[in-house]
Design a protein around this ligand. Structure first.
Ligand code: C2O
Ligand code: CU
Length: 427
């Protein structure tokens, strides 16, 4: 519904039955009762208002991941919408076209609530992108990838942890992995495609699993978390840690009629290697192209930063059971770990023990160095970066637009729930 210069959506969270595995009924918690929730398509610079109606028996919080959002609508982990309540989240979307997603963000419970279905995709479009001849319409396909485990009767399996902070469990400490990979809620789905280019918006919505995706042939990456790249880059594999997105173009004209092209995960084996397949079943005209110049991407200059901050991600007593920590402390929503100034460039130095995908709210950033080395290629905007084991990654960022409380955290959702999160206030 469009009204008063804004687009309005209503998302009702409710228990529902879905057929995720063929012939079986699965109880999910869905936005609009579906798993995943509906894909919202919005326009840069046009206000989008999402009214969240909570018909679940649990409190929830809505976060637009990658959104440049005022603090009161960002979904701070303690800004709960209680059972039976509703509230409106306002997204001004003063940001570039990008592939975003939305999901639950309730403190200590995000992993379980997302696992049950509280996630969906959110595309922001703009004029710059629409002026490009990229594949569009039916050939622009959002793909939300996540892994789940099921019991024999089709119900979702998630480790039972009781109330409060979860105790230490081997399966839970590393993050919860599923044994079936789902794409838009379906295992190993098939998409029939013409012998033309397709734009695939890959989003890793898994709690803890990272993917190395391949079609076996060349993939052209055109965008990431923060929208279009300056220029396309050809890749054989696309690595996606939890929370990350990749916008890619695959040209099925390179394949024969009747051929099946598999999207596989090189980081998994057996069923965890199977993501989806494309069956090339027709010839159609293709007027799309991938131009050599996609977008003007501003490079943030780290030498202009007056402030450098350190954030160390570490396990806090695997045996003592305190979970996962940032700068030696568990998440405390009342303590501000940093107070960056609005509009100022800062360098944040992120250091890990084991691998942690780190996500910042509000501020998009560019990677300056990984273990002291500059990354290859021109800068790109990101909101989530994977720290591999024992890595230090320096990022340059600038918080613009809104003051207030936000969070950064590990996007391994069980790590986040075990307190690997920190609040900061933009002042
Ligand atoms: Cu995708 Cu703070 O989250
Ligand atoms: Cu982590």
């Amino acid at each position: 519904r469009s009204e008063g210069g804004a687009d309005h959506y209503e998302l009702t969270e409710r228990p529902a039955e879905a057929e995720l595995l063929p012939g079986l009924r699965t109880q999910v918690w869905g936005y609009g009762g579906s798993f995943p929730g509906p894909t919202i398509v919005a326009r840069s610079g046009r206000r989008t208002v999402v009214r969240l109606v909570n018909q679940l028996a649990e409190p929830t919080v809505l976060h637009l991941h990658g959104g440049h959002t005022p603090a009161e609508s960002d979904g701070f982990p303690t800004d709960l919408v209680p059972p039976g309540a509703a509230r409106a989240y306002t997204y001004p979307l003063d940001q570039r076209a990008a592939t975003l997603w939305y999901h639950d963000h309730r403190m200590d419970h995000t992993g379980q609530q997302v696992w049950r279905g509280l996630a969906g995709m959110f595309l922001v479009r703009d004029d710059e992108e629409e002026a490009l001849p990229l594949p569009s319409g039916e050939r622009d396909v959002p793909l939300l990838i996540c892994d789940r485990s099921f019991a024999a009767d089709g119900s979702l399996l998630y480790p039972a942890l009781g109330g409060g902070r979860p105790g230490v469990r081997e399966a839970y400490m590393g993050g919860v992995l599923g044994d079936v990979i789902l794409v838009n809620g379906a295992p190993w789905p098939e998409l029939r495609v013409a012998r033309t280019r397709y734009r695939l918006r890959l989003c890793n919505g898994s709690n803890a699993r990272a993917y190395e995706l391949t079609t076996g042939g060349p993939i052209t990456r055109i965008g990431g978390d923060g929208g279009l790249l300056a220029a396309p880059r050809t890749a054989r594999t696309i690595r996606l840690a939890p929370g990350e997105r990749a916008d890619v173009v695959v040209d099925f004209a390179a394949y024969r009629l009747g051929q099946q092209v598999e999207l596989r995960n090189l980081a998994g084996e057996g069923p965890q290697a199977r993501v989806m397949r494309f069956t090339v079943d027709r010839d159609e005209p293709d007027d799309s192209a991938v131009p050599q110049r996609l977008s003007a991407v501003e490079a943030l200059d780290p030498s202009r930063a007056r402030v450098t901050r350190d954030f160390t991600f570490s396990s806090g007593g695997l045996h003592g059971g305190t979970g996962w920590l940032i700068n030696g402390r568990p998440f405390d929503p009342g303590r501000m770990e940093a107070r960056p100034k609005l509009g100022e460039t800062e360098v944040w130095r992120l250091t890990s023990d084991v691998a942690h995908p780190v996500h910042l709210h509000l501020g998009h950033f560019q990677v300056v160095s990984v273990n002291g080395e500059r990354p290859a290629g021109p800068p790109e905007w990101k909101d989530t970066v994977e720290l591999r084991e024992a890595q230090t990654v320096e990022i340059v960022t600038r918080f613009t637009g809104y003051r207030g409380r936000y969070v950064l955290h590990c996007h391994n959702l069980e790590h986040e729930d075990m307190a690997m999160m920190a609040a900061f206030e933009v002042v």
